[in-house]
Write a protein that binds this ligand. Structure first.
Ligand code: QAP
Ligand code: CO
Length: 168
């Protein structure tokens, strides 16, 4: 297992659209294991492969405090079940230190492949549904800051660039 480094906004590589996984093989399973290690170490509740500079459609998620519900979504497709929007103060490992309110549909259904390449479908609500939509956005090259006003996004960008220069 290995911890991977996480790309941070405004890194242009985060804007890459990820391609579908053609075959769930040992390489993808290794990627999944490394993504879990990286996410748990952060700590975070969701991570898309795009964030570790692998532009394939793989997501890991675990919203529990005790790492008891690790979930994998490969090539996820979502359907909105209920148009009603909910709000959540979202954060992102690629936008460290910033949390802002985002509105999204509250109840969704997802069709995806699991760690063994087996298809499944599931209805998700609450934080699981919100987090999965946030992670699927990453696969499309989209970030939660894109839902904010240009002014807020620019402020976050400036602060992060400054922090990244200080560290490098
Ligand atoms: C996505 O985000 C998410 O700023 C997952 O300094 C989060 O795991 C979707 C994290 C909330 C919906 C709601 C963020 C860790 C982790 C930070 C994360 C930070 C350290 C974020
Ligand atoms: Co994120």
């Amino acid at each position: 297992m290995a911890q991977l480094s996480i790309l941070e906004f405004p890194d242009p590589r985060l804007r890459t659209r990820a391609v579908p996984v053609a075959q769930v093989n040992a390489r993808i399973q290794q990627l999944i294991d490394d993504m879990f290690e990286t996410m748990y170490a952060a700590p975070g509740i969701g991570l898309a492969a795009s964030q570790v500079d692998v532009h394939e459609r793989v997501i890991v998620m675990d919203i529990t405090d005790d790492h008891s519900n690790p979930r994998v979504f490969i090539n996820p497709e979502i359907t909105i079940i209920d148009d009603a929007l909910g709000t959540y103060d979202e954060g992102c490992l690629s936008v460290p230190g910033f949390y802002e309110t985002v509105e999204r549909p509250s109840i969704i259904e997802v069709a995806a492949l699991d760690r063994d390449g087996r298809p499944f479908t599931e209805r998700l609500d609450g934080l699981m549904g919100i987090c999965l939509q946030h992670e699927i956005d990453h696969l499309e090259g989209k970030l939660f800051v894109d839902y904010l006003s240009p002014l807020k996004r620019q402020r976050i960008r400036s602060k992060l660039v400054k922090e990244q220069k200080r560290r490098s």
